[in-house]
Design a binder for this molecule. Structure first.
Ligand code: F6R
Length: 606
């Protein structure tokens, strides 16, 4: 949430700052702005709306300067407006910020009493004035920053420039991620390595409480206690090329269509040609784990819910799945010798990270499933099993989810064999079914026009209910989330068996009910639920396979027939039609599919 960049160079930086922000726009798109030093004085350009509005402004009112900072905003304090857009500044300091300063109000009152004049409603502006106050007391920019950081409560990643200091850029991190990039006599700051990819592949990451002083060609990192520390420089393999949509209308559609390839890449890193698992060494012995906790947020948490079924059925391992924002404050007792699986595409989700830290503090080993290499969650885990789906740009997660499922299934099989709950032969049979998933997804994708036709039935709905049982129940939740996020239609996911315990009261002709009902062990029960909906005038959109359709006593209103597959891997296959259904419904409604209102990717504030 909110993307920040900073550049210290000997060439004009305005355009490079905007290019960096373009790569961070997925983090927020309410407003954007940059500040540079022009003849030693702070100059800003800020605009409401997407980054293009800022780029247009800069085309008419260019900004020179060889040191600068930039920001793309997801509003927390203060509505999107030019005054609330970052950078926030005084005559001496300009700041961009990702995070929330929790004590901003008391700081503001204190600083206003001293004569500082605030121009915005944001929490961030208090940082600019606080540093200014210390400068006015005679402190150097470095000392003023260090003093101000001590007074801030909450979470932040900051990039700061100072009037009259063209060869200085300061960054700081507590709670929100910040990467430092090393160029040829140029230095950079960015919310992630992707923002800096066209500039450098040499990246280090600030640790909790660090702040960094960048001067031409040099970075000096100070830790929370003021000691100068070294932070490892990593070589990233991110491409500097702009990530485009190719032939697709939206990133979301492109990412849905990439799934056969990225699921293949992810499984090929974990399965040998002979269908044997080759997992990285685990930080524990699966046999000794009494209980597994899984935490994540949103879509990643639904992947965790599917994994619960897998770990329990395939490995006989009891599992608790929690939404990270609840888990982190619940003071859950942790079992001795237990382990936690943390799932996150970005590797930076604030609540997930806090849950990880709680579990670590309580003696749990941390195994994470993360997409962004070197992200904070990846760095803080005992073992990372990566999803190899490449950068996910669409705010609504698709390929990250199916690659998370791929990794989690491999993990559950690994645990199952290690715990002698299933035989190697059984594991190989399931791995073979997993191997066939990319081809089956391709079959679904080839017929996406049929799902587009189905979506016409949802576009006018005000509410939609999604039902599924067993492994397909979390998919009902995921389908409803996808629809809400990008089409703004209210949707709810329910276990089909819960229908009679309340939601059936909602059924009428105006509310489509999407039912995920492959012909599995629970099919007959779900088929009965479909009859109950139909009997009350409800309109069912059924996703099933050939056998499922043949076994329906009365055919539902709308049906989509998917390829048959092994019941264990069904959630991976059934992810794709629910993604397409949400996508095409949003398309029919004309919403902003890749950047839905009010949302942002990488939720780095709680
Ligand atoms: C939904 C979506 C979110 C994320 C959630 C966790 O489409 O993208 O629900 O899944 O914010 O994000 P990560 O996986 O980055 O921790």
């Amino acid at each position: 949430m909110c993307g920040i960049v900073g550049i210290l160079a000997s060439r004009p930086v305005a355009d490079i700052l905007v290019d960096g922000l373009r790569r961070l726009e997925y983090r927020g798109y309410d407003s954007a702005g940059i500040a540079t030093l022009v003849n030693g004085t702070i100059q800003t350009r800020r605009a409401v709306g997407k980054l293009n509005a800022l780029a247009e402004k800069l085309a008419h009112e260019p900004l020179v300067g060889t040191v600068g900072i930039g920001h793309t905003r997801w509003a927390t304090h203060g509505r999107p407006s030019v005054d609330n857009a970052h950078p926030h500044f005084s005559t001496q300091v300009a700041v961009v910020h990702n995070g929330i300063v929790e004590n901003y109000h008391s700081l503001r009152v204190e600083l206003e009493d001293k004569g500082h004049v605030f121009k915005s409603e944001t929490d961030t502006e208090s940082i600019a004035h606080l540093i200014t106050d210390y400068l006015q007391q005679g402190l150097t920019p470095q000392a003023a920053t260090a003093a101000a950081l001590k007074r801030l409560e909450g979470a932040f990643a900051l990039a700061i420039i100072f009037t009259g200091h063209e060869d200085l850029l300061i960054g700081a991190r507590r709670g929100s991620p910040l990467a430092v990039g090393y160029g040829e006599n140029e230095m950079y700051l960015g919310s992630d390595a992707l923002a800096l990819a066209p500039l450098t592949n040499r990246i280090s990451y600030l640790e909790e409480g660090d702040w960094v002083e960048l001067t031409p060609g040099k970075a000096v990192v100070h830790d929370e206690d003021g000691h100068i520390v070294e932070r490892k420089i990593h070589q990233t393999n991110l491409s500097g090329a702009v990530i485009g949509k190719g032939e697709y209308r939206h990133f979301m559609l492109k990412e849905i269509f990439e799934q056969p390839v990225v699921i293949g890449d992810t499984m090929n890193a974990l399965i040998t040609a002979e269908n044997k698992l080759s997992m990285p060494p685990m930080p524990f012995d699966w046999k000794e784990i009494p209980r597994l906790s899984i935490v994540a947020c949103g879509t990643a948490c639904y992947a965790g819910m599917v994994a619960k079924y897998w770990f329990e059925q395939l490995a006989g391992l009891p599992v608790d799945v929690d939404v990270a924002s609840e888990f982190r404050y619940r003071e859950s007792p942790m079992v001795k010798g237990g382990a936690m699986v943390v799932i996150s595409q970005s590797g930076e989700t604030a609540d997930t990270l806090a849950a990880l830290n709680y579990a670590k503090k309580h003696g749990q080993k941390i195994l994470s499933v993360v997409n962004v290499q070197h992200s904070t969650i990846a760095r803080q885990s005992d073992c990372v099993v990566p999803t190899l789906c490449g950068p996910e740009i669409s705010v609504a997660s698709t390929k990250a989810f199916t690659t998370q499922l791929t990794v989690l299934l491999c993990m559950a099989l690994h645990a199952g064999v290690a715990r002698s709950h299933i035989s190697e032969a059984k594991a190989s049979e399931i791995l073979q079914a997993l191997r066939e998933i990319p081809a089956k997804i391709n079959e679904v994708l080839r017929e996406d026009h049929k799902i587009q036709e189905l979506s016409q039935n949802l576009a006018d709905a005000k509410d939609v209910l999604y039902l599924g049982r067993g492994l397909l129940f979390p998919l009902a939740l995921e389908g409803a989330l996808k629809l809400k996020e990008i089409s703004y239609i209210h949707a709810e996911g329910y276990p089909a068996g819960e229908l009679k315990h309340g939601p059936i009261a909602l059924i009428d002709e105006s509310m489509p009910v999407v039912v995920l009902a492959p012909h599995d062990a629970l099919f007959e029960k779900t088929a009965s639920n479909i009859q109950e909906v139909v009997a009350r005038g409800g309109k069912v959109v059924m996703f099933t396979d050939k056998v499922g359709l043949a076994n329906m006593p009365t055919k539902p209103f709308w049906v989509s027939v998917l390829p048959e597959t092994h019941p264990v891997v069904m959630p991976i296959l059934y992810s794709v039609p629910v993604q397409l259904l949400a996508y095409y419904t949003a398309l029919a409604k004309g919403t902003d599919v890749d950047q839905p209102r009010n949302l942002a990717k990488s939720v780095t504030v709680e």
